[in-house]
Design a protein around this ligand. Structure first.
Ligand code: GTP
Ligand code: SPV
Ligand code: MN
Length: 586
């Protein structure tokens, strides 16, 4: 019955896009190796050194197509108001006719792959089915690595005919004819003109965040841009935390960290590195699943010293995209920890001349999560893992302390809602400018963010045991332009402080921005960070906060009367503490 509706949609789609043939994927290893063979033959993939990186490949994308394009991403709801001031909007009819024309015959001469996939663990009440059709074998193969393709999805379709269709075509790869469209009211995705990452792997940002954020509000759960990790303490007990950081701001690294306090018994386990779907359980606690089954991680900066777990994870069965390649067929990128060898090929495939990055700053690895040596034993638990703390973090070279604890759920929601972040290479546009990126969801929330804040507030009220909320910042810089905090595996020291706060075991001083660590309460033994540096990292700069509060106000005012009173009140409270005014008109 339900498969019929999938077949019906696929027939319609192939009538529109006119592929040369249609291939249904059931998720077998043979299908994956066939996809790889097709791409090795036509040069879409290059085989890496088979001894050092078995079954691993390099893909070079079109140089015009290297990151998510937020300016070409649209929410197509019946009213513009539903999409809110935070989204680009197009009316559904304009989208269907205008962009529909680009899909006419767009797959001519190509194979259309039909990929039924499950987002979430098998048997979980939270898991959802998507079906992506694509004319890109690279996208199809990536979906095999990132999601549960075939049988798990088809099995779930037997009992429910709910699925999210996603139509993807490379089109002509011109940014002038590139559109990433979401129709949340009918749960449909259309993407044309890009073969890269979140633009094209439709299970990820398009479904698991944009469409899912809409479903989650309607159905009373949350779809968030969050890693999920388990922190094991010396007694062996595990505490799960979820953390929302913007793109290329440290989620994969935190989720896979090798703890600097491992000899003391603190160890981190990975549940997910990018997306969390969260629900309230019968006991009133928040539980999270990782809807994905793979990692699409940033390559530059990944090394044996910063992220040895990732380096082990990507030793086999990995697709690398837009990295550089050594003459002996190894992937290479800036920050990998070895010098660039002579004859290095840059991400475009030419011999690197030593100027500019050899690997694209948004080059990535795609790899199955089960290869991660520290994957948590419960990562596929259908019930999800219980979340005790939520962290908000972003790149801020100034002002924002290393860690701050929210005073309440409402205050924590305000902290997340007002979060500023320096932009990164994960999306096209200028890098390093501060913009407001509430809960790291600015590019991914498919509806008015004022309603999204209200949803967060309502979720907090509905929970008997809401997680505690913290703001973290690993990216403060000193006057020499260098990071003040060592980061990576040393971030466990902050997780340990958070755990102690959850257990009421360490002190904090309450300030108008939240609770800051008491001097000496963060374990820095064995670190070269001085007490003075720690003071800077946990200091309060009133003048800086005055500007920050003004920038938050300018952002919040865009939402007019829809902004929830609790957010307005928290902002007013912050402004009062700084002796400045908040200026809301209504
Ligand atoms: P997306 O996959 O785009 O969502 O990114 P992400 O949030 O998972 O970021 P990721 O962990 O891949 O890190 C992005 C970049 O930040 C990499 O170059 C890392 O090396 C760097 N990075 C991550 N954690 C830290 C840290 O604690 N300190 C510093 N200085 N850099 C970090
Ligand atoms: C991000 O940009 O947050 C990513 C990469 O995780 S992408 O899949 O391209 O969205
Ligand atoms: Mn991400």
């Amino acid at each position: 019955m339900s498969l019929e509706s999938v077949e019906h949609w696929v027939d319609e789609t192939s009538a529109l896009t006119r592929p040369k043939n249609v291939v249904w994927c059931t998720g077998t290893p043979e299908e994956y190796s066939n996809l790889v063979d097709v791409m090795l033959r036509d040069g879409t993939l290059i085989r890496l050194n088979e001894q050092l990186y078995p079954n691993s490949y390099l893909h070079r994308s079109d140089p015009n197509d290297v990151a998510r394009t937020e300016n070409l991403t649209f929410i197509c709801t019946h009213t513009k108001e539903a999409a809110g001031p935070n989204n680009n909007w197009m009316s559904p009819s304009e989208a269907k006719t205008g962009v529909g024309k680009l899909f006419e015959g767009s797959m001519k001469g190509r194979t259309m792959y039909v990929i039924p996939y499950l987002m979430g663990p098998v048997g979980s009440p939270s898991s959802k089915v998507g079906v992506e059709v694509t004319d890109s074998p690279y996208v199809a193969a990536s979906m095999f690595l990132m999601t549960r393709v075939g049988k798990p999805a088809l099995d779930q379709l037997k009992s429910s005919d709910e699925f999210v269709p996603g139509l993807h075509s490379l089109g002509d790869l011109s940014p002038d004819r590139r559109f990433i469209l979401h129709f949340p009211e009918e749960r449909l995705i259309w993407s044309i003109g890009s073969g890269y990452g979140g633009n094209a792997l439709l299970g990820k940002k398009c479904f698991a965040l944009r469409i899912a954020s809409w479903m989650a509000r309607e159905q009373g759960w949350m779809a968030e841009h969050m890693l999920i990790l388990g922190l094991q303490d010396p007694s062996g007990s595990k505490t799960y935390m979820a953390a929302a950081f913007p793109s290329a701001s440290g989620k994969t690294n935190l989720a896979m960290m090798v703890s600097a306090l491992e000899t003391e018994g603190y160890k981190v386990w990975t549940v997910g590195d990018d997306i969390a779907w969260l629900r309230i359980d019968e006991e009133g606690r928040l539980r999270a699943i990782n809807p994905e089954a793979g990692f699409f991680g940033v390559a530059p900066g990944t090394s044996v010293s910063t992220n040895p777990v990732a380096m082990h994870t990507i030793e086999k069965n990995t697709i690398f995209t837009n990295v550089a390649m050594t003459p002996d067929g190894r992937p290479w990128w800036e920050g990998i920890g070895t010098p660039p060898p002579a004859g290095l090929l840059d991400w475009r495939g030419g011999v690197w001349n030593g100027t500019g990055p050899a690997a694209h700053p948004n080059s990535r690895f795609t790899v199955p999560a089960r290869q991660c040596p520290i994957i948590d034993s419960d990562w596929e638990d259908p019930r999800g893992v219980p979340i005790s703390a939520i962290l908000f973090g972003s790149r801020r070279s100034t002002l924002i302390p290393l860690v701050t604890e929210a005073l309440s759920w409402e205050h924590g929601v305000f902290m997340g809602a007002g979060m500023g972040a320096e932009t990164t290479a994960a999306a096209t546009g200028k890098v390093g400018v501060v913009r407001r990126d509430p809960m790291a969801m600015l590019p991914f929330c498919a509806y008015d963010m004022a309603d999204y804040f209200a949803h967060w507030l309502a979720m907090g009220k509905a929970m008997k045991h809401p997680p505690a909320i913290f703001r973290v910042n690993w990216f403060r810089k000193g006057e020499n332009g260098k990071f003040l905090w060592p980061g990576f595996g040393e971030n466990v020291r902050i997780l340990k402080w958070i755990l102690e706060r959850l257990r009421g075991k360490t002190g904090a001083r309450e300030t108008f921005i939240g609770s800051l660590p008491e001097d000496g309460s963060i374990d820095i033994h064995g670190l070269s960070v001085t007490r003075d540096q720690m003071k800077t990292l946990t200091a309060l700069d009133r003048e800086g906060w005055r500007r920050e509060a003004e920038e938050m106000g300018a952002f919040f005012r865009k939402f007019g009367d829809k902004l929830p009173p609790a957010i307005r009140d928290e902002h007013a409270r912050l402004a009062r503490s700084l002796n400045s005014s908040t200026q809301y008109q209504s």
